[in-house]
Design a protein around this ligand. Sequence first.
Ligand SMILES: Cc1cc2nc3c(=O)[nH]c(=O)nc-3n(C[C@H](O)[C@H](O)[C@H](O)COP(=O)(O)OP(=O)(O)OC[C@H]3O[C@@H](n4cnc5c(N)ncnc54)[C@H](O)[C@@H]3O)c2cc1C
Length: 398
Amino acid sequence: MQTQHPVIVVGAGPSGLSTALFLAERGCAVTVLERNEVFPSDPRAATFHPPTMEILAPSGVTEELHRRGIVGPNWQNRDREKGVICEFDLGVLSGETPYPYRLQCEQHKFVAILREKLADQPLVTVISDVDVTRVAQGSAGVSVETNKGAFRASYVVGADGGRSVVRKSAGISFEGFTYQERFLVITTTHDFSANGYAVSNYVSDPVEWAALFQVPGNGAGPLWRVVFPTRPEESEADLLSFENARRHLKAFMPKEDGYEVVHTNLYTVHQRVAGTFRKDRLLLVGDAAHVNNPLGGMGMNFGIHDAANLAPKLAAVLLDGADDAILDRFDRQRRFAATKFLQAMTIQNKQALEETDQEAREARQQQLRETAADPVLAKAHLMRTSMIEGYRASLAVE
Ligand SMILES: Cc1cc2nc3c(=O)[nH]c(=O)nc-3n(C[C@H](O)[C@H](O)[C@H](O)COP(=O)(O)OP(=O)(O)OC[C@H]3O[C@@H](n4cnc5c(N)ncnc54)[C@H](O)[C@@H]3O)c2cc1C
């Protein structure tokens, strides 16, 4: 099958649809190929950081996210035994960004917003139910093999998630590691804000840490997601049972009338970065290029930042005859940020939560208290954890 479009994006998740939108806004025609016919609505990412809201604002997506989302002006560090250690007020970022807060909105709603925007975009065609099985490139273009026949394009963007066929076809490495323990994500109707919790909370504990955050839900009031680590020997069926989920929540915070659980999800967590984000006519964005644990809510944001970096460069090559060496700059900029910020910070976030050495844990908590209490230190901490520092640093890479 021949596509008239110079770019094929494989994968209609957050990264692929963002790439398509940003390319089309620059006048570049795109075909998006997506395996699923129905878009998944299971709980995945839900946090939007300031640079992501800035990136998505010109397309009108940020406004839509605000309409459907919840603003989190601050977040808490807690100890499971001692309670609140400190609270960070994102308001200190007000001189740096028009969005000095986190916005909570479920990933599937974000994908729906992107699809609505793309429906009005004559330059973008999204084709569902197409499974890409292999990509092969030559000097003149790329052939994309699928269950519905072959497509051709000048460039292919692999936005096809952690198991990316595009990355594997190109023989690009995906170095890193997989955590032994999976993460259990429980969604409950219990409103933890009644117990003094902020919209996002990180609770350290040497045995069972937790992360709690609020999401808007589907009209019947906000929901809360609680993330716990699990033991490798625990069976999937046991872990996913609502009874187990209620037990976990009760052990975390006793509650006389019990918890209403609406969803459980078990999630294998990796820390990996692709050896390159560009191989000639193949480019990688999002989870296809990097995967990380969800502590800090950065993975989906980072994929959108990849898209925002790549789209103007690829459009310049295709529409303005720019030297394609600028695509190597995309690789250098985004791989630098993925390694030095995304991987470093998410690995550190998990280590801080699970620290078993009491002295080290207390020293870390004291440091957090002092950081939160000092406006200069707090701002530096929030610049980093809100992804502003990493995003800006990536743009400075030549
Ligand atoms: C189960 C699960 C739970 C998660 N939970 C959290 C969380 O709690 N917090 C957090 O921050 N992050 C979480 N994440 C990570 C977050 O969802 C990702 O970072 C984000 O989805 C990345 O977006 P993406 O577009 O790069 O990839 P994806 O969202 O994976 O999208 C890839 C798309 O490509 C399509 N595709 C794949 N292969 C092919 C193919 N061969 N042919 C055609 N189409 C293909 C897929 O169907 C999919 O639509 C979770 C991820 C998963 C899988």
